[in-house]
Design a protein around this ligand. Sequence first.
Ligand code: ING
Length: 308
Amino acid sequence: MREIVIGGAQMGPIQKADSREAVVERMLKLLSQAKVAGCDLVVFPELCLTTFFPRWYMEDQSEVDGWFEHAMPNDATAPLFTAARSAGIAISFGYAEATAEGQYFNTSILTDSEANIIGKYRKVHLPGHSEFDTERAFQHLEKRYFAPGDLGFPVWRNMDAIMGMCICNDRRWPEVYRVMGLQGVELVMLGYNTPSLNSQLAGEALERRLYHSDLSMTSGAYQNSTWVVGVAKAGDEDSHPLMAGSIIVDPNGYVVARASGEGDELIIHACDMDACNFGKSTVFDFGRHRRIEHYARICEQTGVELPD
Ligand code: ING
């Protein structure tokens, strides 16, 4: 049995004024809880070091730049890597990445048990818009501040399992799980910062948005016979509510752990990676069942092409 005890480290709100150091202190507390609980791996949310700044319209590039990390590890996050290394816990977390070439991505990394970064993912599906949208109750400017990810959907062998990452809106797109599923993924880790309200549909209830988040992750898990861990940054950030609902989903699509609150909270489950095997060798034995001669539209079309 290839068991990995996984912790989902849900974070409560990060205010615009909060320092990275203060945030890292909170992450260290969750990491030490995970150590006590015997976790082997801890997953943190999307953009875990700062407030969800794409809700703010900015024109001053130096102000925008201040939300990004220019190196990883760096001074603010070094204590996290040191603590993870001494605890022997692998970590994954999201942050805003500025590259030496001047590119800007919504990024997440994965380490091994010695806190060596073995994987990087850059968010491919950027929701929202790039210019100030007067029609919206609040802004969601990911297309303004980030470029679409350029690394695809890779997987890595880590801790005797095949692991991959995606970020937030990516979890809503079945192609994301399938591309990793076609590489044998057994654990998909993702963080999210999902507004509790729909900026374009007043009155959409929170429970509906939580349902869609669950639906996206449970179907991704089931249809690719993989574990999925989805971890929220939640709560009110400068009076903008983000939903919680962090979950761990097993390869049959069942939720085996769920956060109860909207604050810093560790959810834990002992995940047997061999639980992926049955689905991958029966109902979702891709090699035996898929008929790719009929799937061309998925790669040849971006949008809809209506019939005559
Ligand atoms: N946030 C949201 C998400 O995909 C969103 C944006 C919410 C899009 C609900 C569509 C529906 O969870 C991020 N950061 O992608």
